[in-house]
Design a protein around this ligand. Structure first.
Ligand code: SF4
Length: 73
């Protein structure tokens, strides 16, 4: 079975989100609503904060649903 993967890019990093893995812990949007807002589409807004701040928040995801890759230029 293939796993759903969504990608969000800001030119420096790519955020990878796996909805099937997400435990809806709410940590990401309570921590950084400017980027992670489940009421909006797309729910991840890559221009809502600095790359550093986004990475900081992604690392707090308890389930591993959020991850990031450095964008290769
Ligand atoms: S922090 Fe991770 S597990 Fe929690 S809602 Fe966000 S993506 Fe899902």
């Amino acid at each position: 079975m293939s796993q759903k993967i969504f990608k969000y890019i800001n030119g420096e990093i790519t955020i990878v989100w796996k909805p099937d893995v997400c435990q809806h812990s709410t940590l990401c949007w309570k921590g950084l609503i400017e980027v992670f807002n489940p009421r909006e589409r797309p729910w991840i807004k890559m221009n809502g904060a600095t790359t550093k701040r986004i990475i900081e928040q992604v690392k707090k995801c308890p389930s591993g649903a959020l991850g990031f890759l450095k964008t290769i230029k």
